[in-house]
Design a protein around this ligand. Structure first.
Ligand code: CP
Length: 326
């Protein structure tokens, strides 16, 4: 067990080694049981977390805020537009000053080409750890919750299990590419064979793809890229299907929408799920475009684990906060 996480940032999925992620998960199981038993676990009494949001949230805000309260501390919800950032507070000032007030700084900043850069600059200036609540490149706490959920459903030894990280159509907006990128980085380390499938214009960042291939090689798993749902879904243990924007092709929202609308048939329905193993699970970080990205029958059906997945955000984040901020 590797326990040296105190004071560490968690911005990229690979900031913690595999053994350190295992430590986080061990604590997350324990915290989940303690909550089920109603046992107090105030590991962060008198500690405070700044939660700085540049983008909306349901689950991330709720789970970090509730998690800090359950750990005996306090989380301050700070919307960027209510700060002086637009009047000149720089990343360095935010990191240096908030690092003096708070014991951790959690940030959600998903703007393409800016979010990850912002988090890293704040982290450079801050004496307190910076936790990534989703940026344009990574969504690492979501991915930890996904991993915990897969282990709950499929067992802790995931070697040889197949996860399909699939693009799906959405009409609401061009969603960030951070979730699929985090998945292809983290899952090979736990023995899963990864199949990534998307239409040609919806590629992920080349440097993340290269890192994912390296992880797959290092952990002796397979990593395959396909361009259709049907072949990819065959014999899968986990279908993780969600939409993301064609950001490698165009960052223009109107041009991106035109590209996205070419692929309305990339909907997850019962017929697609039937291609996977009978006991395959369906995952989505939420929110989903209901009956556009995935049918209600699948989203609310027996194979869907989306509620457990959302719950596990709470437990893994409490584990990360307790280990980095204590
Ligand atoms: N999955 C997720 O990050 O949800 P929110 O956007 O609601 O935080």
């Amino acid at each position: 067990m590797q326990t040296g996480l105190r004071g560490r940032d968690f911005i990229s999925d690979l900031d913690f080694s595999k053994e350190e992620v295992e430590t986080v998960l061990e604590l997350a199981w324990d915290l989940k049981m303690k909550r089920a038993l109603g046992q107090p676990h105030p590991y962060l009494r008198d500690k405070a977390l700044a939660m700085l949001f540049f983008f909306s949230s349901t689950r991330t805000r709720g789970s970090f805020e509730a998690g800090m309260a359950q750990l005996g501390g306090h989380a301050a919800f700070i919307e960027s537009r209510t700060t002086q950032i637009s009047h000149g507070d720089t990343e360095k000032e935010m990191g240096d000053i908030y690092g003096r007030y708070f014991d951790g700084i959690a940030i959600r900043h998903c703007d393409w080409g800016d979010g990850n850069r912002y988090l890293n600059l704040v982290a450079e200036a801050s004496r307190a750890p910076v936790l990534n609540m989703q940026c344009d490149v990574y969504h690492p706490h979501q991915c930890l919750a996904d991993l915990m959920t897969i282990q709950e459903k499929k067992g802790k030894d995931l070697r040889g299990k197949k996860i399909v990280v699939s693009w799906a159509y959405a009409s609401s907006y061009l969603k960030p590419i951070s979730v699929p990128q985090s998945l292809i980085l983290q899952m090979p380390r736990f023995g899963m064979d990864v199949v990534l499938t998307h239409p040609p214009e919806f590629q992920l960042m080349p440097e993340i793809m290269a890192q994912a291939r390296e992880q797959a090689e290092m952990f002796r798993t397979s990593f395959e890229v396909m361009d259709n749902m049907e072949d990819a879904y065959k014999d899968a243990d986990v279908i993780y299907a969600k939409s993301w924007g064609p950001l490698m092709t165009t960052a223009d929202p109107d041009d991106g929408k035109i590209l996205q609308d070419k692929y309305k048939n990339w909907l997850v329905d019962d017929a697609k799920m039937a291609l996977a193993k009978k006991d395959a699970i369906y995952m989505h970080p939420l929110p989903a475009d209901r009956d556009i990205e995935v049918t209600s029958a699948v989203l609310d059906g027996r194979q869907s684990v989306v509620m457990d997945e959302a719950e596990n955000r709470l437990h893994v984040q409490k584990a990360v906060m307790a280990l980095t901020m204590s």
